[in-house]
Design a binder for this molecule. Structure first.
Ligand SMILES: [Zn+2]
Length: 211
């Protein structure tokens, strides 16, 4: 969802900026396609790097925990029990819980309750990179399609209005799915989208007359 937002805002802003500089439709289209590809690649690379380093950290934490469980099992028992005591469990019961969880899966119990790593949060860099590139490209395709559908004289207005409508729609769907306030979420995304497009349109118009 976030990737699609980025795709709409950055590609629409790029298109509006180039169109406001009175470029031909074919140039606007080239700029938009380049923006789609560049944005999707940069999203994928950024996501890959960030999720990979998260995965490295998780692996290093798990390796250290595994060594500690072998090297100092008594200390690790007490450590896990202390975590439950701090969460409000009585000391005797906390020790029992720690012992029983460790008897079944010691590393799993420490990973979950001490390190905060669960199966679900275990990082997958390639999957994350592909997902953000794809969602960005889907978002970017919306303003690009508007370039093909709108006559040149209405290009700036057409792409801006349609992109804000896409953003509002996505914001509303996202807020509804997440159980958040629909009006507030919609206002937030359209506000930033408007600002981005107004800025690039202004810059495009200035450059268009100067250059
Ligand atoms: Zn531990």
């Amino acid at each position: 969802m976030l990737g699609a937002n980025d795709g709409i805002v950055s590609t629409a802003s790029l298109i509006v900026g180039v169109a406001a500089a009175s470029a031909a439709t074919s140039d606007v289209l080239i700029a938009g396609v380049a923006g789609l590809v560049a944005g999707a690649m940069s999203m994928a690379a950024g996501e890959y790097v960030s999720v990979s380093s998260q995965a490295d950290t998780e692996q290093a934490d798990l390796a250290r925990e595994r060594a500690e469980l072998v090297g100092q099992p008594q200390f690790e028992r007490a450590e896990l029990a202390l975590i439950y005591i701090e969460r409000g469990v009585e000391p005797d019961l906390a020790q029992q819980v720690a012992d029983q969880l460790m008897a079944k899966d010691a590393l799993g119990a420490h990973a979950r309750d001490e390190l905060g790593i669960s199966e679900v949060t275990t990082a997958r860099p390639i999957q994350a990179a592909l997902t953000s590139a794809a969602t960005f490209a889907v978002g970017a395709a919306m303003p690009l399609a508007m370039v093909l559908l709108t006559p040149r004289s209405f290009l700036v207005a057409g792409v801006s209005i349609a992109s804000l409508a896409f953003l509002a729609l996505l914001g509303a769907i996202g807020a509804r799915a997440g159980g958040a306030n629909v009006a507030r979420a919609t206002f937030r995304v359209t506000f930033w989208g408007t600002l981005a497009m107004a800025l690039t349109a202004g810059i495009g118009a200035i450059f268009g007359t100067v250059v």
